[in-house]
Write a protein that binds this ligand. Sequence first.
Ligand code: GLP
Length: 262
Amino acid sequence: MKIMICKNYDEISKKAASIVLKEIQKKPDLTIGLATGSSPIGLYKKLIEAYQKNKISFKSVTSYNLDEYIGIDRSHPQSYYSFMHEHLFKHIDIQNENIHIPENDITRIDELAADYNKKLHEHQLDIQILGIGSNGHIGFNEPGTPLGNETFIVTLDEQTRMDNSRFFNSLDEVPKYAITMGIKNIMYSKKIILIASGKEKARAVLKMIKGKVTKSFPASILQLHPDCTVILDEASAAKLMDSSKNEQQKIKAVKQKTTINP
Ligand code: GLP
């Protein structure tokens, strides 16, 4: 894993945008996996700015979103369909037919999941953008999700529903189910960029990077990806920095001991 620690959220967004823009410049018909949540909003703003300044075109870019709630309509302001249009798609020149967001019609949900998964098999992602849940979820792969899962229907963790209730009028309104890419789909992406900011994410960041790889903490699997960059601000990196300091102190102490008693 490549870890980048930035001063603040704006710096994270700039860094992430510069990587994405470089990739699109190299390959204008890039296939990109997109995430929702607060974390990538700054990145999307920077991409919009680059487009408005005529620095980039998304005309040949194809996108696949990670997940979507089940139980609210696509037209609901908190659906991920609405989120993506509001925060990115309506501001850039991406072609409608190149946008893919899991459909959530409950009467055909298994068929829709299978179709989405088939498309993901046919179009390997060049780059996947990720955030991280405070419980270690990526996409909506909640703790306990088998690491080999592909697109599936998930029952949302109560922690996730509570975290996301800030976007709804009450906890009761937060959907209980979602359709999400599985961990296997995410790991199949050639490149991964994970963004985390704020002290609320510090514990999750530490476990993702230094913890053991386990399905109880899905983001830990990213340690095994060959090209994963984690972009953090100082607050979300705080526990990671503390643990590195402790490790260095321990190494220093062992070195001193061995010099005194060789
Ligand atoms: C949501 C999404 C994830 C996202 C995560 C963190 O539930 N399904 O894809 O990464 O929670 O969100 P945020 O960036 O708002 O903290």
